[in-house]
Design a protein around this ligand. Structure first.
Ligand SMILES: Cc1cc2nc3c(=O)[nH]c(=O)nc-3n(C[C@H](O)[C@H](O)[C@H](O)COP(=O)(O)OP(=O)(O)OC[C@H]3O[C@@H](n4cnc5c(N)ncnc54)[C@H](O)[C@@H]3O)c2cc1C
Length: 312
């Protein structure tokens, strides 16, 4: 049987869950789809979140997502553990098909499917994730104060991460697989002028090594000679990009060349009326929980205004 809803929210990370609070408080009885593979979103894989306002002693990622969920449920949001696998956004009524065989018809949709960090795929990366391997300097840099660190990557993100970490680390070494960097000249100049940052080129991380205290070293492989060398480090920051989880939606709403959903007019409006977007799926730049939550609030307000027949 088809289920009719006012607002369908796809994603239950900080963006979707916050949109849940706002739309529920607007009495729109939102249905929040959590997905099946990562119901709480990216934060569930983290330990302590120390930069989300309101939690002075920090909070675990899983607890933060659960708290926002419970807050939205208090106002009537309904969570559905199911994945949207096909959509038809062509009409005024938005049609969603789920992996468990349900069909939903929504008057408005908020897309908040998140993004994933690209991994190196080397030996030890998985084993030491969260124990010395990080994908976000803003999130985790503080935990690595005073250590010798490596940043892996050659684009602007890698340069930004290196500059951020250089303020607190004993030293930062940027490891890049090529001789030349993809980063913009201005970012590269800043890195080269920073006496706490060294650049190591034509090297890939072959292995991340450590013990029960965490990462202790990386084994680097020279991309020209194939020679291996051990390089001592207290932490590895991987900055080789991210992939938005916009898969099936990218065929329906306008996305940029990397697959991020495009929003217009400083709002959350996508290229389709009645379809809004928020969170990491629209944001290659900040990728922070508080930013995703803010974007979720915007999307909810935009959806509410749209349903009231107001311009968004
Ligand atoms: C290891 C790690 C540590 C981090 N540490 C911090 C930190 O300390 N501070 C900080 O501010 N940020 C941190 N971040 C970043 C933060 O997790 C993200 O910015 C934030 O989670 C983005 O929120 P989101 O709601 O956009 O997406 P996500 O949290 O990724 O949620 C996406 C949701 O969409 C669902 N979904 C996807 N596709 C579908 C579909 N087809 N159907 C139904 N559901 C779907 C997923 O299941 C999930 O529920 C960290 C990230 C990682 C990976």
């Amino acid at each position: 049987m088809v289920k009719q809803v006012d607002v369908a929210i796809i994603g239950a990370g900080p963006a979707g869950a916050t949109a849940g609070i706002y739309t529920a408080r607007a009495n729109l009885k939102p249905v929040v789809f959590t997905g099946l593979t990562s119901p709480g979103g990216a934060l569930v894989n983290t330990t302590d979140i120390e930069n989300f306002p309101g939690f002075k002693d920090g909070i675990s990622g899983a607890e933060l997502v659960e708290t926002i969920k419970q807050q939205s449920e208090r106002f009537g949001a309904k969570y559905v553990m199911d994945e949207i696998e096909a959509v038809d956004f062509s009409g005024t009524t938005k049609i969603l098909h789920t992996q468990l065989g349900e069909e939903y018809h929504a008057r408005a949709v908020i897309l908040a499917p998140g993004s994933k960090y690209r991994h190196l795929g080397c030996i030890g990366e998985k084993e030491f994730a969260g124990r010395g391997v990080s994908y976000c300097a803003t999130c985790d840099g503080y935990f690595f104060k005073g250590k010798d660190l490596v940043v892996v990557g050659g684009g602007d993100t890698a340069m930004e991460e290196a500059i951020y970490l250089a303020h607190m680390a004993a030293s930062v070494t940027v490891i890049h697989r090529r001789e030349n960097f993809r980063a913009s000249k201005i970012m590269l100049d800043r890195v080269q002028k920073n006496t706490n940052i060294k650049l190591l080129t034509s090297q890939v991380v072959h292995e991340i090594c450590g013990d029960n205290l965490g990462v202790q070293a990386v084994v680097l492989k020279n991309t020209e000679t194939g020679a291996l060398q051990e390089f001592k480090t207290g932490g590895v920051f991987v900055a080789v990009g991210s992939i938005p989880t916009t898969g099936i939606f990218a065929e329906h709403v306008q996305v940029d060349e990397s697959g991020y959903i495009q929003v217009f007019n400083n709002s959350s409006a996508t290229s389709l009326p009645g379809v809004f977007a928020a969170g990491d799926a629209i944001d290659p730049q900040y990728r922070q929980a508080i930013v995703a939550s803010g974007a979720g609030a915007k999307a909810a307000i935009d959806a509410e205004r749209y349903l009231e027949g107001l311009e968004v």
